[in-house]
Design a protein around this ligand. Structure first.
Ligand code: SAM
Length: 317
């Protein structure tokens, strides 16, 4: 398919996410020694952005780590729109990753990621021994870690066959991760993706982190700012609230779903962690931070009552 200019803008958001993560990592908000390798021109983000990045990172890592502990040896992770996410390497530095791990993004993004993984010793040495670059430089294949190219708007027709060819086992407990990704798809496409998970993966979980609340003043500004950069959050109006972010799973018969916004997540951080963050940088703009953080939501949902997902969530360690 011809890549239209808005696809190029969406692909570029992987760099924005990496720059924010690198800023938070360099200042000590988060522990990610790998993100530096993906950022050519580091930028120091404002304190409120660094705070937000910390909570975003903390929430997704919390779910991933719970899954790695509870589904060790049998679980799979599928990171949708993985961009330059380093989570695989964060797990890997602690030892062999006890999960089969799949990352999917547009070929334009996976090609850049594959090239960086291959030429950076600190990353390459953490790849499985059998890892090889494939797909004309757009993919990395191995038995346990796979970076694959595909368009999530054609999930069942295009992405699923690629994942299956790389060993995705729909019978295994599988955690899907979407960090600022599903919201870029039209609701029809993200619904189709979730529908596929619903019928094809009996023991599935998903953690999402996406924008919400497009209709208040801040939300309208957020949408307008992104639009000015050629970015359209196609799925935002279909799932505009916390309730909608959880309900989309419950309506499909998933066993449980819970959503909370980033402001609430930050509020619930351990007091010691909040004190540690305050020592890194003073955050004066609390009102602004809260407003921003109310426009991002985590959701965690799972299909089955039994299995690794039932004892997982944002309240668990
Ligand atoms: N999840 C990563 C993170 O948090 O660092 C990247 C987030 S970035 C905001 C959004 C990512 O979704 C980009 O890498 C983009 O290329 C990917 N993406 C958006 N729409 C996609 C689609 N239709 N197919 C594949 N990837 C897509």
């Amino acid at each position: 398919m011809e890549i239209c200019s808005s696809d190029a803008a969406v692909q570029g958001t992987s760099n924005d996410a990496a720059v924010s993560r690198e800023s938070a990592a360099r200042l000590g908000y988060i522990d990610d020694p790998f993100i530096q390798y993906f950022v050519r021109r580091p930028q120091r983000r404002a304190p409120l952005i660094n705070r937000g990045t910390h909570s975003r990172f903390d929430g997704v890592q919390r779910i991933l780590r719970q899954f790695a502990a509870r589904a060790a040896g049998c679980g799979q992770v599928v990171v949708l729109g993985a961009g330059l996410d380093t989570s695989y390497f964060l797990l890997r530095r602690e030892g062999p990753v006890p999960l089969r791990y799949f990352e999917v993004d547009f070929a334009e993004v996976t090609a850049k990621k594959a090239a960086t993984l291959w030429r950076t010793a600190a990353l390459r040495t953490l790849l499985p021994e059998d890892a090889a670059v494939a797909g004309g430089g757009t993919e990395v294949h191995s038995n346990t870690y796979n970076l694959v190219a595909g368009d999530l708007r054609r999930f069942e027709a295009e992405v699923v066959p690629t994942l299956a060819a790389r060993g995705l086992d729909t019978a295994a407990p599988t955690l899907f991760v979407s960090e600022c990704v599903l919201v870029y798809l039209g609701a029809e496409d993200s619904d189709a993706l979730i529908d596929w998970i619903t019928w094809a993966v009996p023991n599935a979980g998903i953690v999402t982190y996406e924008q919400i609340r497009p209709d208040d003043r801040f939300g309208q500004m957020m949408v307008a700012n992104l639009r000015a950069r050629g970015l359209e959050l196609h799925g935002l109006h279909a799932y505009p609230t916390l309730d909608a972010a959880a309900r989309r799973f419950l309506e499909r018969g998933w066993h449980a779903a819970r959503a909370l916004d980033l402001a609430e997540y930050h509020e619930r951080l351990r007091p010691e962690e909040r004190a540690r963050l305050s020592e890194i940088e003073i955050l004066d703009e609390w009102e602004e931070f809260t407003l921003l953080a109310q426009h991002y939501a985590f959701a965690f949902a799972h299909t089955a009552a039994a299995g690794p997902f039932d004892a997982m969530g944002f309240d668990q360690q």
